[in-house]
Design a protein around this ligand. Structure first.
Ligand SMILES: Cc1cc2nc3c(=O)[nH]c(=O)nc-3n(C[C@H](O)[C@H](O)[C@H](O)COP(=O)(O)O)c2cc1C
Length: 173
């Protein structure tokens, strides 16, 4: 059965090793594309209709408001059916202690019964924070495997870690 990589990632300003830097490609996207390449998975990028502010602090404000008010932002595209996929890789940056709300907009529509989810997370210090608990709540019926947790500022040096995680968790067996 084919695998699917679902991810959210925001290029542009971000907090990297204590400084604000502008990323040409988002950290989670780097990992997502690497996983897709190694597993031959299909890829679905979660994109909101309304862009988040490029400015890091403004973006944090918007993200916090969305989280506090349980806002599920509208997306450019949705997936309706994941029944053809066995393993679903789900990737996101930690925003305000969990995954960004656009991921909720997508995942709440999908049937995860009997699916295997392999989460991959990038962060700048909080590790997976509360996101795995939240994923369990959102994706009822799925088996959630050990997450791949990578500090955003390390993503370009993690090829071995990514391929080991894929192999350990069974994709190539
Ligand atoms: C709005 C916002 C909120 C964030 N909140 C956290 C956080 O709570 N904990 C943390 O460790 N990193 C936080 N970060 C840093 C990101 O998780 C980290 O830089 C990640 O690698 C970004 O991935 P991306 O480039 O794929 O979007 C936040 C970044 C943004 C833009």
């Amino acid at each position: 059965m084919q695998s699917l990589v679902i991810y959210f990632s925001k290029a542009g300003q971000n907090y990297v090793n204590g400084e604000i830097k502008s990323l040409e490609v988002g950290n989670t996207e780097v990992v997502a594309l690497k996983i897709a390449q190694l597993t031959n998975a299909q890829v679905f990028k979660v994109e909101t209709i309304k862009d988040y502010p490029d400015d890091y602090r403004e973006c944090c404000k918007v993200a916090q408001i969305e989280k506090s008010n349980d806002i599920h932002p509208d997306l450019k595209n949705y997936l309706s059916d994941i029944s053809n996929y066995g393993i679903i890789y789900i990737g996101y940056p930690i925003w305000c202690g969990s995954f960004p709300m656009p991921l909720v907009s997508l995942l709440e529509r999908l049937d995860f019964n009997d699916k295997i989810i392999k989460p991959f997370v990038t962060h700048e210090g909080s590790k997976q924070a509360n996101s795995i608990n939240d994923l369990n709540e959102l994706c009822k019926g799925a088996t959630i495997m050990d997450a791949l947790v990578i500090k955003g500022s390390d993503v370009l040096n993690t090829d071995d870690i990514i391929s080991n995680w894929i192999n350990v968790s069974g994709e190539n067996e």
